[in-house]
Design a protein around this ligand. Sequence first.
Ligand code: P6P
Length: 335
Amino acid sequence: MPEHQMTFRQFLLNDYRHKGIEKDLVFLLEDIATACRIISNHVRSGAFSNNLGAAKSTNIQGETQKQLDLIANDEFVRHCSNCSRVAALVSEEVDEVYWLKDDPKPGDYLVYFDPLDGSSNLDVNLSVGSIFSIVQIKTEIEAGDADAVLRRGMEQICAGYAIYGPSTALIVTTGNGVNGFTHQQGTGEFRLTFPDMTIPETTSEFAINASRYRLWDDSMRKYFDDCIAGEAGPRGRNFNMRWTASMVADVHRILTRGGLFLYPADKGNRSEGGKLRLMYEANPMAFIVEQAGGAATDGRDRIVEATPTSHHQRISVVLGSIEEVKLLADYHAKH
Ligand code: P6P
């Protein structure tokens, strides 16, 4: 079978044999892929099961939860619980850390996830996704110790996302580059369709919620103004802008054709540290982007080096084509 038709399991077993990933990680990733298949089905049939609307609850972020947020969360919990190595789960949709067993050796995998990212796009039929991150703990931890899950992004052994768009795709890194698999109707397999994804070093496309311009710092405004000034301006070329309000979709576009994604802390969200969450949005996407040859910072420092103080903490996010990430840091230093 040509390499590009390789199934997710064949690819993972190849990495197990030749890249040293653990067999338990292969099984866990297959379970996560199954959860994503099921979530994809729920998303695509949401209109028939009246699932696109709001649940009667809010999450710790104060966001009204969609019914599908809760359904997706349950699928991740159910499938990650199959793996005896998983000690705890951290979900955007659940306030507390979810310890899978209360015994002295709870396991050495931690899984962090946003089960349905961008779910505000569900009722307008735009792409949404699931984001996950897996850390392997190298020290003994105690079940129930909430601080035990405060691990830096550098400790990740795996990160990925599923995008529920015109097709359902699964993008994964285990530290050996980034590979994308498309869900094949009929067989139900995720097949390798985007091998060795890399982000072009330069770009003329950025993604930001420009309605927050009035809240940005001067350096962020100057960078934005110079980009939209086009070829007559200081950048000497025209820029394009995209914003989908779904991080998974924006990051997937950047992985596919380059670009810069920005969600800076601003006067409107700085008291909380920004909008996007470190453990289950910024860290996994930063690991993926760096593995694809891009860069991911908080505007200055690498996101994966950030030391977490709470499992729902937020952070500024700038990620994508490495030259543009570096240039923005220069703007911050100068303005
Ligand atoms: P805004 C979705 O709620 C999310 O967490 C990311 O997926 C997305 O990039 C961002 O927030 C959108 O934020 O302020 O534009 O709605």
